[in-house]
Design a protein around this ligand. Structure first.
Ligand code: URA
Length: 238
């Protein structure tokens, strides 16, 4: 594998950035500085250091995106732009896809990966992965809504939601909802079942990983080693 491809797949820098760092001697292979990153290495054996840090080869790539409004959580769509279009070309080539869906008008935390088994496992109902959303509603929510969410909101089509947590702000027209499932338009339908309407919705955490608030809408970053290990541990839980 080419050295620059290896570095970008490790998620520490784009190929362009890697080339810049290599020019200043910041890339070494088995202890020797390398300036030409088009050279090939055996990624399972070579010891590659990038700016003094040894890189370990990862088969999969994981990124966090702060999804803006107007994008669909898909890799292809005939009508609307897809979240993957917000990623640079080299990441698009890696065929990342979103782990779970957000509505076109929902913003916030979205994780993308090309690790299909991990995504499948995290979305499986048996893992009860938590997702937190900040919402604003058209009207203040009624007294007792906390108990209704805890006991399981019944949607208009008769589906009984799993127990959920709602923490209201002082105005009772906004707050945070924590879910352990992900049905179509779930929060909008849970709020509609209270005779109310969601005005804005933002996912602020997924599987206890908070949205990185240094990312503006539309910006992305690679997941950290800790975040990846956390997701892998969750996905591998029996
Ligand atoms: N619930 C919704 O209604 N929409 C989303 O995008 C996510 C959760």
């Amino acid at each position: 594998m080419r050295i620059d491809k290896f570095i970008s797949e490790c998620g520490v820098a784009s190929r362009k950035e890697a080339a810049r760092v290599a020019k200043c001697g910041g890339v070494t292979v088995d202890g020797a500085p390398v300036k030409d990153l088009s050279k090939h290495i055996d990624q399972t054996k070579a010891r590659v250091c990038f700016m003094g840090r040894e890189l370990s080869y990862r088969r999969y790539t994981y990124v966090m995106l702060n999804k803006p409004e107007g994008y669909v959580s898909a890799t292809e769509d005939e009508k609307f732009p897809c979240v993957t279009e917000l990623l640079p070309i080299e990441l698009r080539k890696m065929e990342l896809f979103p782990v779970g869906r957000l509505d076109k008008d929902t913003v916030g935390l979205m994780i993308l990966t090309n690790n299909g088994p991990l995504a499948h496992s995290l979305l499986s109902p048996k893992h009860h992965v938590t997702k937190e959303y900040f919402f604003t509603a058209a009207e203040p929510l009624c007294d007792g809504v906390e108990d209704k969410f805890r006991d399981g909101v019944v949607l208009a089509d008769g589906y009984e939601c799993k127990s959920a947590l709602i923490r209201l702000d002082r105005d009772r027209a906004s707050g945070i909802i924590t879910l352990t499932e992900g049905k179509y338009h779930q929060i909008k339908r849970m709020i509609a079942a209270q005779g109310n309407r969601v005005v804005t919705l933002e996912r602020i955490s997924f599987a206890s990983i908070p949205l990185d608030t240094s990312l503006d809408r539309g910006e992305w970053r690679y997941l950290t080693e800790e975040e990846i290990s956390h997701l892998e541990a969750l996905a591998n839980k029996q």
